[in-house]
Write a protein that binds this ligand. Structure first.
Ligand SMILES: [Zn+2]
Length: 87
């Protein structure tokens, strides 16, 4: 198998990358607890679709992109992950 091939690639924002890496989403509360609760509902539903997410490196997106987990828009950067399932 080609090591450079990433199965079901998904690009996550900084916050979701942190949450996935540590399995801890408490940092979302720092902004607004009510928003965080809504965000968690979205994120958990997305996580169920994707299954296990494994970090595969920096995505280095050239412009704005929507994070498929939380739905937030981030400008540039991003973190490439390999998902267990295609969403
Ligand atoms: Zn996100």
């Amino acid at each position: 198998m080609n090591a450079t091939t990433i199965e079901n690639p998904v690009v996550l924002c900084d916050e979701c990358t942190c949450g996935v890496a540590n399995d801890d989403w408490s940092h979302l509360d720092m902004h607004n607890p009510r928003d965080a609760e809504e965000a968690m509902t979205t994120i958990k539903a997305s996580l169920e679709l994707y299954g296990r997410l494994t970090r595969a490196g920096d995505a280095d997106m050239p412009g704005y992109f929507g994070c498929p987990l939380c739905g937030e828009t981030q400008c540039g950067g991003g973190h490439l992950h390999s998902a267990a399932h295609a969403a």
